[in-house]
Ligand binder design. Structure first.
Ligand SMILES: Cc1ncc(COP(=O)(O)O)c(C=O)c1O
Length: 465
């Protein structure tokens, strides 16, 4: 930070704000970049430097920042009623309208909505709903959850335990392990050498079935899956994976939970990816982020008629004892309604699909670079995997922090790309233009080349490595 004001904020933050996912070592040394303003796909730091935010905040600023119409809708609702409880038998117009709208947009029989404060609390609520549902059916042992290595489902106790990202499992935290199990990440780039994609797919599907059989179908309650894994490295599973795993779940009466916190609301060119991209109708969809394009915090768990029928009938004294002060918050729901209206009116799904295909195509050019091992993703959810050796796919030592080094070079050139270990991940606003795609790809390419030059100079990398 160059200004006094910037420096002051940087110091206050460093002294008092425990950030999500703080790496204490580097935070104590470097503090945080203070970002202050946003407009469309751009953010500005407190000193006025402009960056193209190719991360879209945190996979969420779908319609872009700084929209007057959003500010107005939010302000209007604040003036009218800033807060209303939704507990038991109270509701409010934005919450009722939004629940109906989500039921209309969600696939098939997913007609029931439970509102939360974000993705993690929606995953946590799904975890609890699954228990509730199985107990209502008298299936008291059917409580085990299957998830995947590399999955990210949020950071409540249940959500982080369902997640399977190695880096998120740290010795200082505890995790729920007794009823949560993980199977192989569907990342073909890291599949055993010599295995074809079709063989890998067969292996993954069989592994799920074997896991259900090993635990006992009467014990397995649900399978959790992101349509495209996000924080775990933007992993698009082999073609047919979702359909076949969903069929296995159907066969054994295992609920299929699709975590669409990132993939819904247009990131893959559709409202929801489960049905429209991958051809499945989950029992539960989790969503958040793009539901308000990050303007306000909101999450939702959308679940099927069949689940609702089971939980809401039978015992007249039954109480769904789950909920938050801010479930169905009127201002957050008003923001979501306006966000959806804008997506519809501006035809943003079609735009995202078209620009997303262009992004896929252009980013693929970076494969030519000597340390780019893989370029993957779908539409506006993309990633570059950097490796020390393209033939063996060996990664750089953690100490080199390759993703972060590349992100730093890009920062200096006015582009934000998210480093996740050796990856650089992107999920830009859906309003990104083709020119901005060009800038993103060209700047990222320059960033990778610049780091490569540094590594060659320092002797940490050589072409023959
Ligand atoms: C797939 C997925 N699920 C759940 C979450 C958690 O959402 P939140 O951070 O809103 O709690 C995230 C957040 O990145 C996510 O990517």
């Amino acid at each position: 930070m160059t200004s006094n004001y910037g420096r002051e904020l940087w110091e206050k933050d460093k002294a008092h704000f425990l950030h999500p996912w703080t790496h204490f070592d580097s935070f104590n040394a470097d503090g945080a970049l203070v970002v202050d303003r946003g407009e469309g796909s751009y953010i500005y730091d407190v000193d006025g430097k402009r960056y193209l935010d190719a991360v879209g905040g945190l996979w969420c600023t779908n319609i872009g920042l700084g929209r007057e119409e959003m500010a107005e809708a939010i302000a209007q609702q604040v003036r009218k009623m800033a807060y209303a409880s939704a507990f038991v038998d109270l509701t409010n117009p934005p919450a009722a309208e939004l629940a109906a709208k989500l039921a209309e947009l969600a696939p098939g029989t997913l007609n029931h909505v439970f509102f939360t404060t974000g993705g993690s609390t929606a995953v946590d609520s799904a975890f609890r709903l699954i228990h509730f549902y199985q107990n209502c059916r008298g299936k008291h042992d059917k409580k085990h959850i299957i998830s995947r290595d590399g999955a990210y489902h949020g950071s409540t106790y249940a959500a982080i335990s369902i997640g399977g990202k190695k880096g998120d499992i740290v010795p200082e935290f505890d995790y729920k392990r007794d009823t949560i199990h993980h199977i192989t990440c569907p990342n073909y780039y890291r599949a055993p050498a010599g295995m074809s994609e079709a063989e890998f797919l067969d292996f993954l599907v069989q592994e799920l079935e074997d896991k259900i059989l090993a635990l006992g179908p009467d014990k397995v309650a649900a399978f959790f899956a992101e349509p495209v894994m996000g924080a775990g490295g933007v992993i698009v599973p082999p073609d047919g994976y979702h359909r076949r795993t969903w069929e296995v779940c159907r066969k054994y009466d295992v609920l299929y939970v699709s975590d669409e916190v990132v993939t819904a609301f247009g990131r893959l060119g559709h409202w929801f990816a489960s049905k429209d991209v991958f051809g499945i109708e989950p029992d539960i969809i989790i969503t958040a982020k793009g539901i308000t394009s990050g303007y306000l915090p909101l999450g939702a768990m959308i679940y099927s008629d069949a689940i609702h029928e089971t939980i809401s009938t039978g015992d007249p004294n039954r109480l769904f004892a789950n909920g938050f002060t801010y479930s169905g918050h009127p201002v957050c729901c008003a923001a979501a309604l306006k966000n959806i209206e804008i997506i519809e009116r501006e035809n943003i799904l079609a735009h995202a699909s078209e620009v997303g295909s262009y992004f896929e195509e252009r980013l693929d050019e970076l494969r030519e670079l000597p340390i780019v091992g893989d370029v993957r993703g779908m539409k506006l959810m993309m990633c570059v995997e950097n490796v020390a050796d393209k033939a063996t796919k060996e990664t750089f030592p953690d100490a080199i922090n390759i993703g972060k080094q590349i992100a730093n070079k890009c920062d200096a050139m006015g582009l934000i790309v998210r480093p996740i270990v050796h990856l650089n991940v992107m999920s830009p606003p859906l309003v990104l233009t083709k020119d901005e795609v060009d800038f993103t790809v060209e700047t990222l390419g320059k960033g990778i080349r610049a780091v490569l030059d540094d590594l060659v100079r320092s002797g940490d990398w050589a072409a023959s490595a």
